[in-house]
Design a protein around this ligand. Structure first.
Ligand code: FCB
Length: 442
């Protein structure tokens, strides 16, 4: 059993923060010149998102950012991780058409964050590709590397004077695997060749983005955000073991290994060979300053001969370890992972997402009591502390999420916020977990 985080001693400069992403909180999808993203399109495909929910309004953060950032301050946030909506600043995706009003919005967010003494951590891509670029082939088109580099340059030039922490992408694997092979995310394509190209082009775009950010924002600290978690066979059969091994390559290695070690993992590397051009690996593996880790819990893999890759999602054999929404809770796996990542990639780690979802209702007194989230956070933050004591180089922790928000395919039904949002009237109510976390980090 790990230590209670409130009783642990933390490095003085340990960075505590909250995370959000553009499409999940902003709303205002057709306002002030924003162009459509692939998520606007995907949400309108019947059956893709629970209840037919969309990000049209979300948390209305586009209009309420100032009060939201004031609330972050009251919750003792030292850092705020958010993403820029590419189609809000470049409605058609390309640099030839810049939307000044969209850029102004992030100026306001950044200035307000800094006024409150909170560090802005800006992520360039949290899954909302401009639809216009998808219409040109999206990530399966190698031109996307240049489009992304132009977008990165615009952001670095505009905000590099005030933003000192940039991430290129959030969860490379999730939006490529679920966007191009297992249709759980936009654009919802099932095509092995497009998927392989997307993996490679996104890796190249990351490298190009790092180069651009480095030259235009030379004093900024640069990284990228991976979702890494153990992949275990649902039951120990040779078929399930093979499925777990390939899923592990996709989930945990297909992006960090080329970006940080200069090679693809073996099975994916072989499949990607036809799309590799001379010099590509050097373009992908550019020096970075930190590794962002999003972590929730392990995945259970099973063989699925019908699946495009022969693997599918299995069930945890230990159902009692699942949280309210069925995600497996293994804090000790998180502790061990932090140690493994430190020795494998030798970079400072920021935990850029961790948290748990659920239903969270407002009670008769207008309060939202979420003791199970406090338990979850205690376990995981405690496990992180244990890993740090054993030598893991962890420099900060951002909880997912600041606000209940649009949770992709689950719509508004799965609440991850430390702050409850009533989507009828946009009222914000900090949950008991917010009070617990604010005290911890205050
Ligand atoms: C991660 C995403 C984030 C949120 C959490 C619950 O995969 O990065 O946007 O949906 O899961």
């Amino acid at each position: 059993m790990s230590i209670d985080p409130a009783k642990a001693s933390w490095p003085k400069d340990f960075l505590w923060g909250f995370s959000t992403s553009a499409y999940q909180v902003e709303g205002a999808v057709a306002e002030d010149g924003r162009g459509p993203s692939i998520w606007d399109t995907y949400c309108r495909i019947p059956g893709k998102v629970a209840n037919g929910d969309t990000g049209d309004v979300a948390c209305d953060h586009y209009h309420r950012y100032a009060e939201d950032i004031d609330l972050l301050k009251r919750l003792n946030a030292k850092a705020y991780r958010f993403s820029v909506s590419w189609p809000r600043v470049l409605p058609k995706g390309k640099i030839s058409q810049i939307n000044e009003k969209g850029l102004d919005f992030y100026d306001r967010v950044i200035d307000k964050t800094l006024e409150n003494g909170i560090q802005p951590w800006l992520c360039l891509y949290h899954w909302d590709l401009p639809q216009a670029l998808h219409d040109l082939g999206g990530w399966a088109n190698r031109d996307c590397v240049g489009w992304f580099a132009d977008y990165a340059a615009l952001i670095a030039r505009r905000y590099g004077d005030r933003v000192k922490h940039f991430a290129t992408f959030n969860e490379f694997c999730v939006f490529t695997l679920f966007g191009y092979s297992i249709p759980w995310a936009a654009p919802g394509i099932v095509d092995r060749e497009q998927h392989l190209k997307a993996i490679h082009h996104v890796n190249l775009a990351h490298g190009a983005g790092i180069d651009v950010l480095r030259s235009l924002a030379p004093d900024a600290s640069l990284g990228m955000i991976y979702n890494i978690q153990d992949v275990w066979p649902e039951t120990d059969t040779p078929e399930n073991r093979a499925a777990a091994s390939l899923l592990d390559e996709h989930w945990n290695l297909a992006f960090p290994d080329p970006q940080l070690l200069g090679h693809y993992p073996p099975q994916i590397g072989k499949a990607i060979e036809p799309y590799m051009q001379p010099g590509d690996m050097a373009k992908i593996s550019r020096p970075v300053d930190w590794l962002g880790l999003n972590h929730y819990g392990p995945i259970f893999a099973k063989a699925d001969p019908k699946g495009i890759w022969g693997f599918g999602w299995g069930d945890s054999p230990e159902q009692d370890k699942n949280d309210e929404v069925g995600w497996a809770i293994y804090p000790e796996a998180f502790r061990d992972l932090l140690l493994r990542l430190t020795s494998r990639y030798k970079l400072p780690i920021y935990v850029t997402e961790n948290g748990c979802g659920g239903e969270d209702k407002v009670d008769a007194n207008g309060e939202v009591d979420d003791p199970r989230r406090i338990t979850y956070l205690k376990l995981f933050i405690g496990a992180m502390h244990e890993a740090m004591e054993k030598g893991a180089d962890v420099r900060g922790y951002f909880v997912w999420s600041f606000l209940d928000n649009f949770e992709w395919g689950s719509g508004y039904g799965n609440r991850f916020g430390l702050v409850h949002v009533d989507f009828e009237n946009q009222k914000r109510t900090p949950k008991s977990s917010a009070r617990w976390y604010a005290k911890l980090i205050g």
